[in-house]
Ligand binder design. Structure first.
Ligand code: SF4
Length: 366
């Protein structure tokens, strides 16, 4: 049995570690490229969202590498994600791939459901081995996200442009190669120290922009032309509340215990939307309201045809909290130049707004 799971951000690094510890033959998908997207677009029903198309492209590429058991995360919530595994399985069979699709219903079964599937895939490995492997994979995710948070801060203010990105890529490689917890801790410490020592402009007061929207396009840089990196290059500090390590921690362990990290966000969205509409639409609205006084602006990432984000996009301009929002629709038609032009114009607008605010405050003080 050769296992394959589609890409989302850096999750493959944790999965590689877990399956390696359990001697499971795991085929990591090649990083997303135009080819992945073209394959997905070619064989997907036209109206489906970019997460469906890219994950289908991943499945085709992993199947080409010999994977025969494909795992698709899914849930039976309001969003159509719950139907994707079945639809993709049918498409792959029609294309002649002899694969078995396993739907991982993490939303319903939480941690127990996940480890049961891992146990099955790992040839009934003992529980202690599964828990150790899972914990190691999760530690890798934690290390990656701690480093990424720091990269988001350094990128806009570094003197030599590109230094934070270079260190980030080196850190990812070393974390991927770490074979045990001690090495992993040493790698994390080394890169946090190196990032803290990057020469920065002490005078810089970067704009703060929150990146929010649908889970997949927020976490998978290929699907959004790496907007965080581009914002960083424009001197913007990016803030994001969605991280894979937090998501796994809450959805697997803390949500079942009644601790919901999104309570605050949902409460903030309540005056404008009173219920979950599937996907992450409720949270997108809540983020705008919640961070009104903290961010200069928000970049809202919404996959084309994603109903939850379309609803959020239409409600956002009606809120009392009037922080500027730039919605970027992610699909195969978007171009890098188009995204960059819109980001530059948005950042320009935020800069003017901040300058105008400072001048007004100075006038009032005089
Ligand atoms: S939330 Fe939207 S983009 Fe994400 S899987 Fe559902 S429909 Fe697609």
């Amino acid at each position: 049995m050769r296992i394959g799971i589609p890409h989302i951000g850096n999750l493959y690094i944790a999965l590689k570690a877990i399956f390696k510890k359990l001697d499971v033959d795991y085929v990591a998908p090649p990083l997303n490229t135009r080819r992945t997207l073209s394959l997905g677009v070619k064989y997907s029903p036209e109206g489906l969202c970019v997460p469906f198309k890219l994950t289908l492209g991943n499945f085709i590429e992993i199947a080409e590498l010999g994977a025969d058991t494909l795992i698709m995360p899914g849930s039976y919530g309001t969003c159509r994600l719950g139907y994707y595994a079945k639809t993709q399985e049918q498409i792959l069979h029609d294309l002649g791939y002899n694969i078995k699709m396993v739907q991982m219903g993490v939303s319903e079964q939480k941690f127990l459901g996940l480890v049961k599937i891992i146990k099955e895939l790992a040839n009934n490995a003992p529980w202690y081995k599964i828990l150790l492997a899972y914990s190691f994979g999760h530690k890798k995710l934690n290390a990656i996200d701690r480093i990424e948070r720091l990269v988001q801060k350094v990128r806009p203010v570094e003197i030599e442009k590109g230094t934070a990105n270079k260190l980030y890529n080196m850190a990812l490689k070393s974390i991927d190669e770490a074979e045990d917890v001690r090495t992993l801790k040493a790698v994390e410490k080394e890169y946090i120290d190196r990032l803290n020592r990057v020469e920065i402009d002490p005078e810089a007061e970067p704009l703060i922009v929150g990146v929010t929207g649908e889970f997949y396009v927020v976490l998978e840089p290929f699907s959004n032309y790496d907007v965080e990196n581009e914002l960083g290059k424009l001197g913007v500090e990016v803030r994001r509340t969605t991280f894979m390590s937090d998501w796994t921690k809450f959805s697997m362990f803390l949500n079942p215990l009644g601790i919901d990290e999104k309570d605050r966000i949902h409460k903030a969205a309540m005056p404008y939307l009173k219920r979950d509409i599937g996907g992450d639409g409720w949270e997108s609205i809540g983020e705008k309201v919640l961070h009104n006084n903290e961010y200069d602006g928000i970049v809202h990432l919404a996959p084309f045809t994603c109903m939850p984000e379309i609803i959020a996009q239409n409600i956002m301009p009606t809120t009392r909290e009037n922080i500027p929002v730039l919605t970027i629709i992610c699909d195969e038609q978007m171009t890098k130049t188009g995204v960059l032009t819109r980001l530059e114009a948005f950042v320009d607008l935020l800069n003017r707004k901040r300058r105008a605010g400072t001048e007004t405050r100075q006038r009032v003080a005089v």
